[in-house]
Design a binder for this molecule. Structure first.
Ligand code: XUL
Ligand code: CO
Length: 445
């Protein structure tokens, strides 16, 4: 996928900004990339293909800055129409104008980001079909693709006790209808993947919850969704997006390891992979690096939602990524394990509540894309030019001995290694040299 040209609707919403291009890090143009050069080849692939950057419809075109303490702060001109159909069209005009100006090859949506939910299942379905037709035109004209679609199964009050895991079958069935429509829209738009984020698939108290039953229901539901999509010709991946909490106190898709266990238990490993999100990793008391490595180990590293949390608080602040040092660590793993399977980097991030200029949306995405690009360049240099890999390999060099190999290859017993230990005495201390490894990243930044 790549952007063929900037496309506008009847109104130009982001006046004064044209197509954002790469100008290099000497440029002081705030509307230019300093590191992201889509055509530049790094580690054998163009940057555009490494990242498959996607714009998140919900934050960027729907999120107007309201929080539990105050009203919306952002006056998005595309939301002014009183008619839901017209409002959805205006929003999509703004979306494709922004996406093509920033040059992102993909976007992602929830069903009711595209158009407001109606007051019945029928009306909602009709609305979704209407806006899917319009999205199809916009995608064809621009060359922009759909990285993934999903259904919002957490905002409407009907889902307050969960969607697929709701104790009421009526709600589970309603969620099924919504997922069916969202899958239809995703398939029609050539979506490459489909995401399940289970914000309310979890519980607040075990006293009123049959956890085993709810997990069985989630397994059934995901099989049904997968079978339906496959029967409609969908060839892409299904992703589960782990998050430990918020809005539920305990969410079933806690972290990468928990989701992998679930997929194994419910026989979903062939069709499902993981969509990992930075701020969700930190909420689970992990680093994103940890989550990425866990998913890659299982061959299930599908996609990423890029953002960052806040060092001083413990909720999902969804800020734009800017910590290049952290991103280098992530890109090292990505390059060493073969990258994302089917997915890309979706900016599930929002500008701050008091960033009220439309231009702030450009600064935020340019910053995020540049941070990833710079991290990729640095990670590639570290792998190509430094002794990083040999230093790490050296820590495991004793497994190259005859006895070490026999252990790794399953040719020795516990008695064998006990005998080895008895004849070699107390092991010498060997430093982990963490600080030396940390310095390598700084050296190549
Ligand atoms: C919520 C979150 C979602 C998913 C899609 O924390 O990350 O926006 O990415 O439902
Ligand atoms: Co997300």
């Amino acid at each position: 996928m790549s952007v063929k040209k900037v496309i506008l609707g009847d109104t130009e919403f982001f006046k004064g900004v044209s197509r954002v291009t790469y100008e290099g890090n000497e440029s002081d143009n705030p509307f230019a990339f300093k590191y992201y050069d889509p055509e530049r080849v790094v580690a054998g692939r163009k940057m555009v293909d490494h990242f498959k950057f996607a714009i998140a419809y919900w934050h960027t075109f729907c999120g107007t800055g309201g929080d539990p303490f105050g009203l919306a702060t952002k006056d998005f001109p595309w939301l002014s129409s009183g008619d839901p159909y017209q409002r959805a069209k205006d929003k999509m005009d703004a979306a494709f104008e922004f996406i093509t100006k920033i040059g992102a090859p993909y976007y992602c949506f929830h069903d009711f980001d595209l158009i407001d939910e109606g007051d019945s299942l029928q009306e909602s379905g009709k609305r979704l079909q209407f806006i899917t037709d319009y999205a199809q035109e916009k995608q064809d004209e621009s060359g922009v693709g759909l990285l993934w679609g999903t259904a919002n199964l957490f905002s409407n009050p009907r889902y307050m006790n969960g969607a697929a895991t709701n104790p009421d079958f009526n709600v589970v069935a309603y969620a099924g209808a919504q997922v069916k429509n969202a899958l239809d829209a995703t398939i029609r738009l050539g979506g490459e993947n489909y995401v399940f984020w289970g914000g309310r698939e979890g519980y607040m108290s075990l006293l009123n919850t049959d956890m085993k039953k709810e997990l069985d229901h989630m397994g059934r539901f995901l099989h049904m969704a997968k079978d339906y999509a496959r029967s409609q010709g969908f060839k892409g991946n299904f992703f589960i997006e782990p998050k430990p909490m918020e809005p539920s106190k305990h969410q079933y898709d806690f972290d990468a390891a928990t989701v992998i266990g679930f997929l194994r238990e419910y026989d979903l490993m062939d069709d499902f992979k993981l969509n990992l999100e930075f701020n969700h990793a930190t909420l689970a008391q992990h680093t994103m690096q940890h989550e990425v490595q866990v998913a890659a180990n299982a061959g299930l590293l599908g996609s990423m939602d890029a953002n960052r949390g806040d060092y001083q608080n413990g909720w999902d602040t969804d800020q734009f990524p800017n910590n290049v040092y952290e991103l280098v660590e992530v890109m090292l793993i990505l390059l060493e394990t073969g990258g994302l399977q089917g997915g890309g980097i979706n900016f599930d991030a929002k500008t701050r509540r008091n960033s009220t200029d439309l231009n702030d949306i450009f600064y935020a995405h340019i910053g995020g894309m540049d941070a990833f690009a710079r991290a990729l360049i640095v990670a590639d240099k570290i792998l190509e030019s430094s002794n990083y890999k040999s230093l790490r390999n050296e820590r495991y060099s004793s497994f190259g001995s005859v006895e070490g190999k026999a252990f790794e290859q399953g040719r020795s017993t516990l008695q064998d290694i006990a005998a080895f230990a008895a004849s070699h005495g107390d092991p010498e201390k060997i430093s982990g040299r963490q600080e030396l490894f940390e310095n390598i990243i700084n050296q190549y930044l």
